[in-house]
Design a binder for this molecule. Structure first.
Ligand code: ATP
Length: 304
């Protein structure tokens, strides 16, 4: 095979329960992930060395995305080669469609896509369970990017259990010109809870019930994110932004992961279009809308 393109989706968290910082520095999570239809595309071609190129349209600022060994896609390729004890090269092209540092796990999507693409281009045929293990080494959100759909995340988020759900949801995504660092938001979370008892994170029963019944208005009412208060302390203006979406008839509004992207739950595509239009008319943006759940990382084009 001369090259392969793998498409991987953004993730959102319908609930994000966060526990007290563990001795290893991670926080225990209880979350429901959903993959939504905003995508990065990763194209891998065989090459003598390992190199990476980042592309995006004007909507996205990719200035903060490293093109060296700090890029999680490069780390994914190296980890896979090391796992098999081989030395391989590749030229990796990232076509970013997921906001950078937006709390939608764009880097994790790239890592998952790179694992799949390199595995195929290098002819390694790594068993799926081994790929999931490598994904977990790369980052807490990477295993979910392989699976997609709707799933429960536990541990530090890397233990993924698919959830059977009915129907499609429509999400308006309001991006922010400036990203928010995930470690900074967790540090703020820790500072806010210093000296207090933080209980074990749990997934609300009402959220599972709303998903089982495919009740958009119930789901909108129970969206939750334990990192939201911390993120809003760093970016207070986002509280108004969330309220504007509700004023424009969204069924629910929540920060995506560690933010700053804001999510608004809508009844269907045309409702999402209206809510997106309302936010845009208020001068907020860039704004897009996407369905969920969608499938995890998968090959979309190959050559040779
Ligand atoms: P998280 O998974 O922590 O929620 P996020 O969605 O907020 O992350 P990402 O876009 O995944 O943010 O990336 C966060 C940071 O990681 C970026 O600011 C960048 O410095 C670095 N990074 C490394 N590799 C990538 C990549 N392939 N795409 C985007 N950012 C990357």
């Amino acid at each position: 095979m001369s090259s392969l393109t793998v498409t991987a989706p953004a993730k959102i968290n319908l609930c994000l329960g966060v526990g007290a910082r563990r001795p290893d520095g991670f926080h225990p999570l209880a979350t429901v992930y959903q993959a939504i239809g905003l995508y990065d595309r990763v194209t891998v071609s065989p090459a003598d060395d390992l190199s990476l190129e980042v592309r995006a349209d004007d909507r996205l600022c990719v200035a903060g995305v490293p093109t060296d060994g700090a890029n999680i896609a490069v780390r994914a390729a190296l980890l896979l080669a090391r796992h098999h004890g081989v030395e391989r090269g590749a030229h990796i092209v990232l076509d970013k469609g997921i906001p950078v540092a937006g709390g939608m796990a764009g880097g994790s999507a790239d890592a998952a896509a790179t694992l799949l693409a390199c595995d195929a281009v290098w002819g390694l045929a790594t068993p799926r369970a081994e790929l999931a293990g490598l994904a977990a080494e790369l980052g807490s959100d990477v295993p979910f990017a392989l699976v997609g759909g709707t799933a429960i995340g536990s541990g530090r988020g890397e233990v993924v259990t698919p959830l059977m759900t009915r129907g499609t949801y429509w999400w308006v995504v309001l991006e922010s010109a400036q990203g928010l660092s995930t470690p900074r938001v967790y540090a703020e979370f820790d500072a806010m809870h210093a000296g207090a008892e933080v209980g074990d994170p749990e997934i609300p029963d009402a959220l599972i019930a709303a998903l089982l019944g495919h009740d958009v208005s119930d789901l909108g009412a129970v969206l939750s994110n334990d990192l939201q208060a911390a993120a809003l302390r760093l970016r207070p203006e986002l509280a108004d932004v969330l309220a504007v979406g509700i004023a424009h008839s969204a069924h629910g509004a929540v920060l995506s992961g560690s933010g700053p992207s804001c999510l608004f739950l809508c009844a269907n595509r045309s409702h999402a279009q209206r809510v997106a239009g309302g936010l845009g008319a208020e001068g907020l943006g860039p704004v897009s809308f996407a369905p969920g759940p969608v499938r995890g990382a998968h090959a979309t084009a190959s050559e040779g």
